[in-house]
Write a protein that binds this ligand. Sequence first.
Ligand SMILES: Cc1cc2nc3c(=O)[nH]c(=O)nc-3n(C[C@H](O)[C@H](O)[C@H](O)COP(=O)(O)OP(=O)(O)OC[C@H]3O[C@@H](n4cnc5c(N)ncnc54)[C@H](O)[C@@H]3O)c2cc1C
Length: 375
Amino acid sequence: MKQNEALDFIVIGAGIAGLSAAAELAEHAKVLVLEREQHPGYHATGRSAAYFAPAYGNETVRALSAACEGFFTTPPNTFTNVPLMRPRQVIFVGRHDQRDAISALAAEVEQLRLIDGAEVCSRVPILNQDYVACGLLGKSGGDLDVDALLQGYRRQLKARGGILLTATKVEAMEFEQGRWSVKTTKGSFSAPSVVNAAGAWADQVAALAGADPLNIQPKRRTAMLVDLSAEFEFADWPLVVDVDEQFYLKPNAGQLLLSPADETPSEPCDAQADEFDIAVAIDRISRATSLEVSHIKHRWAGLRSFAPDHTFVVGQDSRREGFFWLAGQGGYGVQSAPALAQLTSHLLTQSTLGGDFKDIAAYKQAVSPERFSKD
Ligand SMILES: Cc1cc2nc3c(=O)[nH]c(=O)nc-3n(C[C@H](O)[C@H](O)[C@H](O)COP(=O)(O)OP(=O)(O)OC[C@H]3O[C@@H](n4cnc5c(N)ncnc54)[C@H](O)[C@@H]3O)c2cc1C
């Protein structure tokens, strides 16, 4: 596509949501992606724990994530030459006083198997036997290579004639004569349809378009990497998640990734790790394990942005013509990206949904922004 060629879609945001949707749209249409940062994936996408957990989230989130498993294990030809996912199991752990939460999760997610505290601790020997009463083991799950996924979509977008402009912030939008005029720090662009994939900024971008906000709430989450004593062979340990999501830990390239699983409401911003959240993580993890954290190798935070019902928002705004939402990815935006990108393309270009994605249109009402319409 030449830069002065008429565009069909302008996608705002080059996180995993925007880039994956743009790559799928580019198979059928002329697409431009606008990203205000120097590099795609700078915000939430580049700060995730990079885990594929099809047992995580509500029913709609789980179904759309599960549909992506085949893409991660067997990506399309030429998408990437490195594995997108390496298997890693998950254990949701509970203390005695969390047995009800364990039972509730077991009833909700069939594929999780109840194991006793001794088995949990034999699988993850740093867990304290007097802390863990039981656990739920999930066999499907894995570590995602988020950068390979993002770069795969970036290459696919380019190969299909789409354009990505970085360091290009959308500052104003106007709808005139059936087209959006999108004003940016690098000039104006126009297309009949705009996709709002602005992550934590989704409501702000909607305001630029004169659309009602959907109350997409960014919530800060903190993570850190620490060393673990050489006595442990921990590379294949499962991801360990407190059943009430009060902390999680998992091996990460020779170190251990720890998180207090914080969900602190935040304005959209370049989130930074807060000392208090680091202290909370260390406190919770030292009660559950024998780990003594003396040095943190690396710490970071990112914003997970949720719709009020914690379900994705994918669909046309009911009041603003040509304004399409792809937002509210919460804590599942990487693991669900291939499905949400396919659904976006299907809804905007009527592209056919096939293979593992053939049934995902069944969720289009559940994810539609119309569910928040007041009338
Ligand atoms: C600590 C942490 C752990 C996580 N772990 C996981 C996990 O294990 N698995 C999982 O699936 N998910 C996980 N997530 C969630 C996942 O990272 C997000 O759901 C996902 O990255 C959201 O992608 P996005 O493209 O919507 O948002 P983003 O990656 O934030 O992208 C939005 C982009 O829009 C751009 N933008 C905003 N406004 C404008 C504008 N006006 N003009 C131009 N560009 C604009 C921003 O610069 C940004 O690059 C985690 C998140 C965090 C923070």
